[in-house]
Design a protein around this ligand. Structure first.
Ligand code: EPS
Length: 374
């Protein structure tokens, strides 16, 4: 199972190729489009989101609404491309050249690594526009997980220095889409919106954090036996690949490190099946899922495109300059949480297929229920 994405932020569109999706899976296009819409929401997005209304276009791998086992090809059009044809033309020479890297962006290191004089050749691909395709691909992963009763949720735990440390039950967490900032505390939402407005006024940006949850996880995804088979290592690596993420916590990992073992480890009980009363481990012990909910928190840095830019160096003249200005969002943490859900779903499907793999969804189900019922 693997996927690749291609496409630039202001190019013609985004392409995704997914290889290894089993046959006989029903593809719910409305669900994929709904997920794409969820990613486009949030207070603090820039004007680009008024131009785009992302919609999936399936080019291969599905007939009559059902997967055939062949690779899936997805296309999402960039509606903004028509405004960028001169700057993004495939053949005609481009007049503009960006030479002032934004601190915090891929511009600087990317242009040196790829020997590019025009930073747009780096920033177009490093842009978080790519995450639209990752959500489309992740929504297929969610459709697979649903077949096994596994669900994925997320909510925002902080924006800037406004932090929500409250614990919530799963029914409350399910309501996060009701809030434009995907927070569970209405009072906090109002404060966040005011802070985003103020931050926008002064030309600055904000980061934050979000929590990801996966429920009804079977015991036994991942393995303790080899470093590159550990579930926590795979999940954190995958989530870290999301643009802007700078830190990740599994369960109560940070607090646990400050505590004694007897206060941290989740005691084991049995009543017909095994259960825990706490989940400090975030559902993973020894690199293996232990049957509890998988709980992960991801932390996003503030967006590096600033209206009032930081100091930089013109890479052409080597003079001191202000960094390049580019239209951008003030805060995109709610969107990142949706992409986080997609990445979590994808990685869980990868692990599910390692353990229960087969070529049709029917075969995988037989393997899965054979294991679960034994
Ligand atoms: C992004 C910059 C902004 C965001 C974009 C990510 O786009 P633009 O440069 O066109 O204003 O809106 O996000 C999306 C286009 C999207 O679909 O999420 C960046 O530099 O990462």
């Amino acid at each position: 199972l693997r996927f690749l994405t291609a496409g630039e932020s202001h190019g013609k569109g985004l392409i995704g190729i997914i290889d290894g999706i089993p046959s006989n899976l029903k593809i719910d296009i409305d669900f994929i489009n709904m997920e794409l819409k969820r990613r486009q929401k949030g207070y603090g997005r820039g004007n680009r989101m008024k131009i785009e209304s992302d919609e999936i276009n399936i080019l291969s791998g599905v007939r009559g609404g059902i997967t055939t086992g062949s690779p899936l090809t997805f296309f999402i059009e960039n509606k903004d491309y028509k405004n960028w044809i001169d700057k993004m033309h495939i053949e005609k020479s481009i007049k503009e050249s960006i030479t002032k890297p934004r601190p915090g962006h891929a511009d600087f290191a990317g242009s040196i690594k790829y020997n590019q004089k025009d930073l747009r050749n780096i920033l177009e691909r490093s842009s978080a526009r790519e995450t639209a395709m990752r959500v489309a691909i992740g929504s297929v992963a969610k459709l697979i997980l649903k077949q096994f009763g596994i669900n994925i949720y997320s909510y925002i735990t902080s924006i800037g220095n406004l932090v929500d440390e409250q614990k919530y039950d799963i029914n409350k967490i399910k309501t996060s889409d009701d809030s434009i900032m995907r927070v569970l505390n209405k009072g906090l939402e109002e404060k966040i919106i005011r802070m985003i407005d103020k931050t926008k006024e002064v030309g600055d940006t904000l980061g934050g954090s979000f929590k990801l949850l996966a429920t009804n996880i079977p015991i036994g995804l991942g393995s303790h036996a080899q470093w590159d088979k550990k579930l926590d290592s795979k999940l954190t690596g995958a989530i870290m690949s999301l643009q802007g993420i700078k830190a990740i916590e599994i369960g109560t990992g940070i607090n646990s490190s400050k505590n004694v073992g007897s206060n941290v480890h989740d005691e084991i009980f049995y009543n017909g099946s095994y259960y825990r009363k706490t989940n400090n481990a975030g559902g993973i012990e020894g690199g293996i899922s232990n049957g509890e909910n998988i709980e992960i928190k991801a932390y996003m840095k503030p967006i590096p495109s600033l209206r009032i830019p930081l100091q930089s160096v013109d890479m052409d003249t080597k003079e001191k300059v202000s960094a390049h200005k580019e239209r951008a969002d003030v805060c995109a943490v709610p969107s990142a949480s949706i992409v986080g859900e997609s990445i979590l779903a994808w990685t869980l499907v990868e692990e599910l297929f390692i353990k229960f793999g087969g070529d049709s969804i029917d075969e995988i189900k037989v393997n899965y229920y054979n294991y679960i019922n034994n």
